[in-house]
Design a protein around this ligand. Structure first.
Ligand code: GRF
Length: 197
């Protein structure tokens, strides 16, 4: 089974997928890593694992007077060429338009550092931490869900609650959440690929 992974940053979740693949515990292999930032360290992780990479920045498209739709269509074209069984958004920081999502409907999953229905959108960990510090009984954690046009709203595949503890600094909560992400994402990928014929 072929997997394409989209990243924007350090790629520690991509690394978890690479490590799972090397243990034959991923249920498929990563055929391509796509980044929207040329400086994403995840590109180095992919290259080290001899995985092909493709970078497409919004800035390039904007400088050519192209639209966000053009960007998503071009991105979908490059991803579709690999005929992926699964597209994994692992720290991908762009909202994808239907132009992309419709191409791979039902075969795109996203990792989000919060629980379903809570703290949708960016900076979820920081927001959970602020709410916790303000005394609210916020629950947080990690989820992997199917991607639909509405951000972070698709059907959950796996979720796991992560406690915020008195005396936690933001970094403590971030580390606790990332550790769960690195275990949950490979498990969700394998689950989805085993379920898909
Ligand atoms: C992860 O916390 C992910 O849930 C969020 O961005 C972060 C990406 O981290 N969307 P990395 O690039 O995988 O290290």
């Amino acid at each position: 089974k072929k997997i394409v992974v989209l990243i924007s940053g350090s790629g520690s979740n991509l690394q978890a997928l690479i490590d799972a693949q090397q243990r034959n515990a991923l249920g498929g292999h990563i055929a391509l890593v796509v980044s929207n930032r040329a400086s994403a360290y995840g590109l180095t992780r992919a290259a080290t694992a001899a995985i092909p990479t493709y970078t497409q920045t919004l800035r390039d498209f904007r400088s050519q007077g192209k639209s966000r739709e053009d960007y998503d269509r071009e991105l979908a074209h490059h991803v579709a060429r690999h005929a992926p069984d699964l597209v994994v958004l692992a720290g991908w920081m762009h909202i994808l338009s239907p132009a992309f999502i419709d191409r791979f409907a039902g075969r795109i999953i996203n990792l989000h550092p919060a629980l379903p229905g809570e703290l949708d959108g960016a900076h979820a960990i920081e927001r959970a931490y602020e709410e916790f510090k303000a005394g609210s009984r916020v629950r947080t954690g990690v989820m992997v869900h199917y991607v639909i046009p509405e951000v972070d709203k698709g059907q959950p595949i796996l979720t796991q609650e992560v406690p915020c503890r008195e005396g936690d600094a933001l970094e403590d909560l971030e580390q606790r959440i990332h550790a769960v992400e690195h275990e949950l994402l490979p498990r969700a990928v394998r689950l989805v690929l085993e379920g898909s014929e």
